[in-house]
Design a protein around this ligand. Structure first.
Ligand SMILES: Nc1ncnc2c1ncn2[C@@H]1O[C@H](COP(=O)(O)OP(=O)(O)OP(=O)(O)O)[C@@H](O)[C@H]1O
Ligand SMILES: [Mg+2]
Length: 497
């Protein structure tokens, strides 16, 4: 004889299967309590959740004819039967509510629901009670029974695990959003000036194509940042962005890094290893400092660019990859070609699209923005309050030549943030080399020598005294003169301190 499946179990199985397919948690919870009501042949049911902030229970979902009226009610933790269950974390069956002092008749009376019995089970996630499921009376008018309690507990567990699952998914999603934001923040390109805006616009324009791109710029101007921007804006963004600094490693190592090798191809090659060209398949390979490569290397790179194929070291099978190449250099490659250091054919292969990054001293309009951005970034990274910068100090930073470009500015700001008190940045708090640079600036041509020397002396003494926190003893020591002589100079030059 075929074994009959208890219809309750059948329901339960069906609903368990639903958990993974219903993406909307609210809908799923409604289905769970609706099914619970049906299976238990109850009159009504509801699911209440605990608001952790207010410590009150609110009706999240309810079934039955009066369900809409329930929405406005809230219960304190410990109040009513639901509140008791939350407090104790245990299920409770009350067969006759009129005899139980825990029952809060206010709700039933207000919504006009004639309640006799209530079964209530806690919703638990890792031992923490997050709410309850309760059912009211049987449809046939009889009180709820002990066996109903077991079924209700099973449904409550199902609802709790659905909530936990949804929370996990939401947490992972939130985390992803945060990580992506952080990454974007890290690679943010700051600048409002026309020059940098053009660079960014060009980078976005070329992102869609696969065209090889050459980024030219002095060191620290943001070449890698722009290469990342191109990659992140391109259809390749989900695939790897790999970077290699061609100037930093010897040729044989560079070759292994780029092309990989077969097992046994050289002493120590005991495993086959994929190179960066393979690693970046579908994505972008950023060849930094391409101008530093040897002729032999340039020939090898040219071959990959022309044929889209290469061999691993020691390999005989050609490997085909789909990689976008972005190269960068701080050398004038045209000049390198003239002097025979760079191959012209490779240059033309790389120079399909060219992006020139202006040095910072040619886009001084961006310095204030960059300074404030970097102050915020470095304070955050170093766990320090964000200081404000005085106008004078900002002026010094604007007029500084920044031969090391944004990277040098970034390092200077980091030093100031780390060494500072987190309140204010004055000229004298700036790194000494920057102040010095400002001071040795010569006055305008056309000024008589005597006047120029006097002005220089005045500025120089003033800055040194400021640097010495106004302490003239210290200033005299830095200047290598007697304190009394310093006083004489101050008087003679009319220095106002
Ligand atoms: N416009 C910008 N906005 C914000 N940060 C920038 C900008 N330009 C450069 N930076 C920052 O300056 C530093 C140097 O940038 P990047 O490494 O891209 O320059 P690079 O030209 O590749 O330098 P290097 O020649 O030193 O390799 C990085 O920390 C980068 O985040
Ligand atoms: Mg770089």
């Amino acid at each position: 004889m075929k074994k009959q499946i208890d219809p309750k179990i059948k329901f339960f199985k069906e609903i368990s299967a639903l958990i993974d397919s219903v993406g909307d948690l609210d809908k799923l919870l409604y289905i769970i309590i609706q099914t619970a009501t049906k299976v238990m042949e109850a009159k009504a049911s509801s699911l209440l959740l605990l608001d952790k902030k207010t410590n009150k229970l609110y009706f999240h979902t309810a079934t039955g004819e009066k369900r809409d009226k329930l929405k406005k009610f809230e219960l304190d933790r410990g109040e009513g039967i639901a509140g008791w269950v939350v407090e104790k974390g245990k299920p409770l069956l009350v067969k006759d509510v009129s005899r139980d002092p825990r029952w809060n008749r206010k709700i039933s009376d207000t919504i006009g629901f004639d309640t006799h019995s209530i079964a209530c089970a806690p919703l638990k996630i890792n031992d923490e009670v997050i709410g309850v499921v309760e059912i009211i009376d049987r449809e046939d008018g009889m009180s709820l029974r002990d066996e109903d309690m077991d079924i209700l507990t099973a449904f409550a567990d199902l609802a709790a695990s659905s909530i936990a699952k949804a929370q996990n998914i939401r947490d992972v999603k939130d985390e992803n959003i945060i990580l992506r934001k952080e990454l974007e923040q890290k690679h943010q390109i700051i600048g409002e000036g026309e020059k940098i805006k053009k660079v960014v616009a060009d980078a976005k324009k070329v992102a869609d194509s696969k065209a090889t791109t050459l980024i030219y710029g002095e060191s620290g101007t943001g070449k890698e940042l722009i290469a990342r921007l191109i990659h992140n804006q391109s259809p390749r963004r989900e695939k790897p962005f790999l970077v290699i600094n061609c100037g930093a490693i010897p040729e044989t190592l560079l070759e292994r890094e780029l092309f990989g090798h077969e097992k046994g191809s050289f002493t120590g090659a005991d495993q086959r290893k994929n190179g960066l060209f393979e690693g970046a398949d579908g994505g972008t390979l950023f060849l930094d400092e391409i101008g530093e490569t040897t002729h032999a290397m340039q020939v090898k790179l040219l071959r990959v660019l022309q044929e889209g194929q290469f061999y691993r070291i020691g390999g005989t099978t050609p490997i085909t990859v789909d990689v976008r190449i972005i190269a960068a250099t701080n050398r004038e490659l045209e000049k390198e070609i003239e002097s025979g250091k760079f191959r012209e054919d490779l240059f033309y292969r790389l120079n399909v699209i060219r992006i020139n990054l202006p040095p910072l001293r040619e886009r001084k309009e961006d310095i204030p923005l960059l300074v404030n951005y970097l102050l915020e970034k470095k304070s955050y990274e170093n766990n320090k309050p964000i200081p404000v910068i005085t106008k004078e100090a900002m002026d010094v930073l604007i007029s500084h030549p920044w031969y090391g470009n944004v990277r040098e500015l970034e390092n200077a700001i980091e030093r100031v943030v780390v060494m500072g008190d987190g309140k204010e940045i004055k000229v004298e708090n700036l790194p000494l080399d920057i102040i010095r640079e400002k001071m040795i600036k010569s006055p305008a041509i056309g000024v008589p020598l005597k006047e120029a020397v006097e002005k220089f002396k005045k500025d120089f003494l003033l800055e040194t005294i400021k640097y010495a926190d106004g302490n003239k003893n210290k200033a005299a020591k830095i200047l290598g003169i007697q304190r009394t002589y310093l006083h004489t100079l101050i008087r003679e030059l009319g220095i106002d301190i």
